[in-house]
Design a protein around this ligand. Structure first.
Ligand SMILES: Cc1cc2nc3c(=O)[nH]c(=O)nc-3n(C[C@H](O)[C@H](O)[C@H](O)COP(=O)(O)OP(=O)(O)OC[C@H]3O[C@@H](n4cnc5c(N)ncnc54)[C@H](O)[C@@H]3O)c2cc1C
Length: 398
């Protein structure tokens, strides 16, 4: 069977589903394909235990489609971003810098939600659209670009003809490989342990990043004031040791690494281990295809830039596609896709570089470098215009 559509999205991760919500709600015939049906329960094997902090430009984008009103009741506002330096001998907090949304006249920098809940709410939102189909389990195979559209073979035997194909098929993107688009990858020998916690002190909507060595330890508020999502980055061997610990030993290590910020703290449920890399595709476009999200860029989870960068890609692509439709032009044409690449690549490359530097600074082992990091933090935070400029840049301003 051949299924015709306007837009085929390869990948039903959070980025692919976000794209589906935006394009389906804008009236495009949209099909999303994923080998694994989206997992919406954190207790199921293979569940994505991460959470996503949506920064304000992303909230605006999701509001446009009506999706944000479904998500917002479950979101924890992040009203303060706190950076702590605990890089001294004692391992206790020796420098604190608070970046406060109210200083910019904003209610919050962003809003945090668990990724499983995002999948659940996005799927429920998409069920309302007769112009949307999810094919899962199903896998995108060979794509043949043609002058009027792309013909895509599905592993299950069916074919899809689409005017535009969006590769949201993750960091090892098979579509990107097929198109011969190369990537540049940076390795850090570092992993992130991801899990949820309960704690005795309320988080007060403060997102806290604690720097010592090995990488940042970040506590991100969840909807319940006594629960937070944690991303704990360490060098590979230390991360593997922590990951293998039983809950009692792990909780002891967790209390020590969190510097008592939220009182007594305990893991809830499972942990997941993520290898940390930076990766940049050398092009964001191929014939009939746009690369989106981790297919295009991967960065260490610092400053909530990952999916937010993907949503900036998505906004650019959506605007170009709607403009083309309004002018009765080809929504998957070479010129449009070239423009998408030109509009997104420089910002993407600059953010990858910025996050790479922050990560390397956070991994530092030498006492001299850690002291330099502390001085840098004090200096950047101490000068109000610089502080405000940094906050705006972190929020997605150019
Ligand atoms: C520890 C950690 C914490 C993070 N925290 C944040 C945060 O707070 N804020 C933020 O903005 N970002 C964050 N990020 C980044 C963010 O999670 C990702 O950018 C985001 O999940 C987007 O991933 P994706 O959808 O591109 O890829 P994936 O989630 O990997 O999805 C790709 C999908 O493609 C499917 N697929 C693969 N092959 C095929 C095929 N042939 N056909 C069809 N489908 C296919 C896969 O099954 C998968 O479902 C974090 C990342 C990490 C590692």
């Amino acid at each position: 069977m051949r299924i015709p559509c306007d837009i085929l999205i390869a990948g039903g991760g959070v980025a692919g589903l976000s794209a589906a919500c935006l394009f389906a709600s804008a009236g495009f015939e949209t099909v999303c394909v994923d080998p694994i049906p989206p997992i919406t329960d954190g207790a199921t094997a293979g569940a994505d235990l991460r959470s996503t902090a949506f920064l304000l430009p992303s909230v605006d984008l999701l509001s446009d489609s009506g999706l944000w009103s479904v998500l917002s009741p479950h979101a924890a506002p992040l009203s303060t971003m706190r950076i702590l330096d605990a890089g001294g001998e004692a391992g206790s907090v020796r420098e604190q810098a608070d970046f406060i949304a109210d200083d910019l006249g904003l209610p919050a920098f962003g809003y945090n939600l668990p990724n499983t809940l995002l999948r659940e709410k996005m799927l429920a939102f998409l069920r309302k659209f007769a112009n949307f189909q999810l094919l899962a389990p199903e896998t995108v195979g060979k794509m043949t670009p043609r002058s009027a559209g792309a013909l895509v073979q599905l592993k299950g035997g069916n074919q899809i003809s689409a005017k535009l194909v969006i590769a949201a098929d993750g960091r090892n993107s098979p579509l990107r490989e097929q198109l011969g688009i190369t990537v540049k990858t940076w390795h850090y020998g570092q992993k992130a342990i991801v899990f949820n916690t309960s704690h005795t002190k309320p988080h007060q909507n403060i997102s806290t990043e604690i720097h010592r060595s090995g990488g940042p330890f970040t506590l991100v508020p969840l909807e319940d004031p006594y629960k937070s999502a944690i991303v704990w980055m360490e060098r590979g061997p230390r991360a593997a040791t922590l990951f293998a610990m039983d809950d009692t030993d792990f909780n002891a290590a967790l209390s020590e690494r969190s510097c008592g910020t939220l009182g007594a703290i305990e893991i809830i449920g499972k942990r997941a281990l993520w290898p940390i890399i930076s990766q940049r595709a050398e092009r964001l476009n191929g014939p009939r295809t746009a690369l989106l999200a981790e297919a295009a860029h991967v960065i260490p989870p610092i400053g909530a830039q990952g999916l937010n960068m993907s949503l900036a890609d998505l906004k650019t692509l959506r605007d170009l596609v709607i403009e083309a439709r309004n002018q009765s032009q080809d929504i998957g044409g070479a010129e449009l896709l070239q423009k998408y690449h030109r509009m997104r690549w420089p910002d993407m490359a600059a953010r990858i570089k910025g996050v790479d530097l922050l990560n390397r600074a956070s991994m530092a082992d030498s006492a001299a470098f850690k002291d330099l990091r502390r001085t840098g933090l004090k200096y950047l935070h101490g000068i109000k215009p610089l502080r405000n400029a940094l906050m705006k840049r972190g929020l997605g301003a150019k």
